[in-house]
Design a protein around this ligand. Structure first.
Ligand code: SF4
Length: 574
């Protein structure tokens, strides 16, 4: 058997339909192993080193199907890379998007490159850092990524392959912080910077990139030459040992015409409508990219691929801020949404015949800046009581000081002093039209969050609950990660810098999610089957309660001030 020249893959956590619940993909952030667990503990006798039982995780993170070892659905970014190679003349048999369970069968003497798509390879993503107490435990993201690399290396040894293994996508920055893994996983190169992201920008270069890699043009550093691909050999010293890694940067961003359309189905029906975001939040790297919008026809072509070859009836629209779609940030005053362009986009999406669509991300200010926008779009996409529209929105912080300092244009056309009003009005507007925002907030933003900032966040969540008791939203706390314009800052160290009010923020968000989110959400999972519904509701109660009890235990181990904050929240903000 001849092996393909290029094998693309991703680990199980990125190759799962999560039983059709796209929000469950966050579950990869859950802790898998606690290697420091005392052998005397009762948990050790029940679970060994496992934290979230593997049997439970593997049930929720069910593997996608495969045909002859090929993944039937794959992360959108991998599909883009695959499409770029086929567009540029690679033959179909030269490029495989492999199911991780069958990776061994594709790696052989003829294989030149194995490319892995990695979003949180070492469990350092903000949600994961929160769940693993700053990586004191190993997350499932890291666990399965490690397993994938071990298997790739075993297959290379067994089959006599000299393939270069490269890691790409939005999580590769993590290797800078644990360079020992570069050696452990045998990585030839790490594709970094603007190449990352959900639709890696490498899809513009396609063949040029892979040919250069295969022909050995990326062997040596070339910092002074003006080349399309910049190679940097980074040296690291950790615990008395030296490591090095080859980091590859792509200097260009493709224009919309240079971005290929996917040719095989993407995971969760994801397609893309834009790249970049003009809002300029300092803690975000998306904003460093130029803004580009897909024309409606290009969006439709990708949806049609998902429908025709994947049988999908939904389109999950990747957008960094959907309410920016179609506007020119240089000439548009105050980021006023281009309502006509957004309406045309969604009309075009629905015209393909899909039954459901929702954007991945949008800003709260953008949602209410034009009062006809949400009502009109909701009508177009047929939002309703049995067709809720989920959207991830950056809540970031309740502190008007912090939001003004780090993300003032995120609020445009409003002012930082109006932030609380914007949040409340947007939740009301979105909910009234059957949209449910999934908020993310940043804990320890640039290590500049004061106790008063934290309490402002807790109060704002509580005000939303009490002033608008029927409001529907979830809140996920993320720890600060230095990227974007703040890449020179330090990580927020959740293990050591968790002062009492910050623990309070985390506690309040989980209490909210458990009470308002998880229980209702899990009921939905088993909505057609009473037993299933009861099972999932019970699961939600017990799983959701785990972080709250863990935080109470953590508070006791820290100080009486930590305990007092929890008690104050229970008494005043429950
Ligand atoms: S609005 Fe979102 S995508 Fe845009 S810069 Fe801010 S955080 Fe990044």
């Amino acid at each position: 058997m001849t092996h393909p020249k290029v094998v693309l893959t991703a680990d199980r956590t990125l190759m799962s339909p999560y039983r059709g619940i796209s929000l469950a993909s966050f579950f990869g952030c859950a802790p898998a192993l606690d290697t420091n667990r005392s052998h005397d503990s009762i948990w050790y006798h029940i679970l060994g080193n496992q934290v979230t039982p593997r049997i439970l995780f593997d049930f929720i993170c069910n593997p996608i199907e495969s045909i002859n070892g090929h993944a039937t659905y794959a992360p959108y970014g991998l599909r883009k890379v695959e499409a770029s190679l086929l567009r540029d003349g690679y033959r179909k048999e030269d490029v495989v998007v492999a199911h991780p369970d069958y990776i061994e069968q594709f790696i052989g003497p003829e294989t030149e490159v194995v490319g892995t798509y990695e979003m949180d390879p070492l469990g350092m993503g903000p949600v994961t850092m929160t769940f693993t107490y700053g990586r004191k435990q190993m997350s499932y993201d890291e666990f399965y990524n490690r397993e994938l690399h071990y298997r790739i290396n075993a297959a290379k040894t067994k089959n006599g392959s000299k393939a270069k293994v490269i890691a790409g996508a939005s999580g590769t920055w993590q290797y800078n912080y644990d360079p020992a893994k570069i050696e452990e996983y045998g990585l030839y190169g790490i594709v970094e910077g603007d190449l990352g992201g959900i639709g890696p920008e490498i899809d513009g270069a396609g063949r040029r990139f892979f040919d250069a890699l295969i022909n050995g043009e990326m062997e040596n550093a070339n910092p002074f030459k003006k080349k399309e691909f910049k190679i940097e050999i980074k040296e690291f010293s950790r615990n008395g040992k030296d490591y090095h890694g080859r980091f590859i940067h792509y200097r260009d961003e493709p224009s919309v015409d240079e971005i290929p359309n996917i040719v095989n189905p993407s995971m969760h029906g994801m397609i893309e409508v834009m790249r970049g975001c003009g809002r300029g939040c300092k803690f975000c790297d998306v904003t460093l990219r130029p803004l580009r919008y897909y024309p409606v026809e290009k969006v439709q072509r990708e949806i049609e691929i998902n429908m025709k070859y994947g049988g999908l009836k939904n389109a999950w629209v990747h957008s960094d801020d959907i309410f920016v779609y179609g506007l020119n940030p240089r000439t548009t005053k105050n980021m006023q949404p281009n309502r006509e362009a957004i309406e045309e986009l969604f009309k075009g999406i629905m015209a393909t015949g899909i039954e459901h669509t929702n954007p991945t991300h949008g800003t709260l200010a953008g949602a209410i800046a034009d009062e006809r926008l949400i009502p009109n779009v909701s009508k177009i996409i047929r939002a309703g009581a049995d067709n809720h529209i989920g959207i991830q929105c950056g809540f970031e912080t309740g502190s008007t000081r912090l939001i003004g300092k780090y993300a003032d244009r995120k609020l445009a056309p409003y002012k930082p002093s109006e932030w609380h009003w914007v949040v409340k009005t947007a939740v009301k507007t979105l909910n009234e039209h059957y949209w449910v925002p999934a908020f993310t907030l940043i804990m320890g933003l640039d290590n500049d969050e004061t106790p008063e900032d934290s309490w402002e966040t807790i109060r704002l969540i509580h005000e939303l609950e009490t002033e608008q008791p029927d409001s529907k939203f979830t809140v996920t706390p993320l720890t600060f990660v230095p990227i974007g314009l703040l890449e020179k800052s330090e990580f927020f160290d959740i293990g050591n810098t968790m002062d009492p009010p910050k623990l309070g923020v985390m506690y309040k968000t989980w209490q909210h999610n458990l009470k308002y989110g998880i229980q209702k959400f899990m009921h939905k999972v088993g909505r057609n089957n009473k037993m299933k519904s009861l099972f999932f509701a019970g699961l939600a109660r017990s799983l959701g309660g785990v972080p709250l009890s863990a935080m109470e235990k953590f508070a006791k181990s820290k100080s009486s001030e930590h305990v007092k904050v929890i008690e104050r929240i229970k008494a005043n903000y429950w």
